[in-house]
Design a protein around this ligand. Structure first.
Ligand SMILES: Cc1ncc(COP(=O)(O)O)c(C=O)c1O
Length: 386
């Protein structure tokens, strides 16, 4: 590609990555690309130290006391499946919402089909807001889990996880939070928020490469592993080791990716979550205000004055969202995502299940010029449709 791309698809995966992430990955491949935990030679030990470093940085970020309670995974979906499939038993009931990503919905629906688990979806309003009373009223004597996203990946709505956390804790129910859109951009304190399970991507707000993610598991919570196999520990036993993280990390890990993730988390810590948030907020407000002024644009989700993440989904009169995204890409060099964003439930709330929408998601490395480029392109396309 010979022209610079305006990348506004950070909700799918962040891009570009900080140079330190690429350097850490190259360093791993070049100098210590051995198998961590599976040998006592210097290279293997160094690889093992990088995994520990990543766990420590993540534990600090999410206020986790023991880094071994952080399980490294391939992505958020992998983490959500370890949590959901590892916890639920026949006869259990789960409370969730209608703004969930398919990465929560599909494992829950699979548990309904395979294990007879019952699932209640608490209905969100058009902007993705969930009524706390309805959520509490949905809890039953056999409810084992409340599973919620921290922020809708279509609407940008932020669910009040701190407030939600008090409900399951009082009722002896576990709380699973999907932080796919918030890890690295909103403060997350698993202790203060009463979070038992936190699933997060390494490749979005934490600036790591694709193929990385993680799951925090509360120390008193025992899950059945999703995968069984070699861990490099207790090899004489036919049983999966009980100790974390090995219990939930069978098979050779993505050491190269995790080296990048550790560098990404360090970058986030150096910049601070607050500064990242403020920058993304400012870009989001600029984008929403700019698009709001274009005739024929319908913005989804809460307004710019409400708490929200950097996700701006919209429709433009006269265009199918897929066509609009195609034109933005081909004629203006702007990368956005059209369609249903793996969250038909949230589209149903917003009334866009019939059409889908275009989603623009700014990230830390975007500039005001990127935002203005999108606003100008949408203005031009709006004028052409009239
Ligand atoms: C809210 C939400 N949950 C889960 C996922 C799945 O994340 P991953 O691609 O890391 O598995 C996404 C990805 O976009 C998401 O936005």
């Amino acid at each position: 590609m010979d022209r610079p791309v305006v990348y506004l698809d950070n909700a799918a995966t962040s891009w570009p990555k900080p140079p330190a992430v690429m350097e850490a990955m190259a360093d791993c491949l070049l100098h210590y690309g051995a198998n961590p935990g599976r040998g006592s030679h210097e290279m293997a030990l160094r690889a093992g130290r990088v995994l520990l470093e990543a766990r420590k940085a993540l534990a600090e970020l999410f206020h986790v006391s023991n880094p071994n309670d952080i399980i490294l995974t391939m992505n958020t979906t992998h983490a959500l499946n370890i949590a959901i499939q590892g916890l639920l038993r026949p006869g259990d009931h789960v409370v969730t919402t209608t703004v969930e990503h398919n990465s929560i919905r599909r494992p829950l629906e699979a548990m309904r089909r395979l294990r007879g688990v019952e699932v209640t979806y608490v209905r969100a309003d058009e902007a993705g807001r969930v009524d706390m009373r309805a959520l509490e009223e949905a809890i039953r004597p056999n409810t084992r889990l409340v599973a919620v996203t921290h922020s809708s990946n279509l609407l940008g709505t932020v669910l009040p996880v701190g407030e939600i956390g008090t409900i399951p804790r009082r009722r002896g129910v576990r709380l699973l939070v999907d932080a796919a859109q918030t890890a690295g951009v909103l403060d997350i304190d698993v202790q203060a928020m009463n979070i038992d399970l936190l699933a997060f991507p390494g490749h979005k707000g934490l600036m790591g490469p694709q193929g990385t993610g993680g799951l925090y598991i509360h120390p008193d919570l025992e899950l059945e592993p999703l995968l069984y196999g070699g861990t490099g520990s207790r090899s004489e036993s036919p049983e999966q080791p009980a100790a974390r993280p090995d219990r939930y990390e069978a098979g050779t890990p993505n050491t190269v990716g995790v080296a990048g993730l550790a560098a990404g988390v360090r970058f986030v810590q150096e910049q601070t979550v607050r500064a990242i948030r403020e920058k993304e907020d400012a870009l989001t407000r600029r984008l929403m205000e700019g698009l709001r002024s274009v005739p024929g644009v319908r913005l989804l989700g809460p307004g710019p004055e409400e708490e929200r993440t950097a996700i701006v989904s919209f429709l433009l009169d006269g265009y199918d969202p897929a066509e609009l995204a195609f034109l933005l890409d081909q004629h203006f060099g702007i990368a956005v995502r059209a369609g249903f964003h793996c969250t038909p439930l949230a589209h149903e709330c917003a009334g866009t299940l019939g059409t889908g929408a275009v989603r623009a998601s700014p990230g830390y490395f975007n500039t005001e010029a990127d935002i203005d480029a999108l606003i100008d392109a949408v203005k031009e396309l709006a004028a052409a449709a009239r």
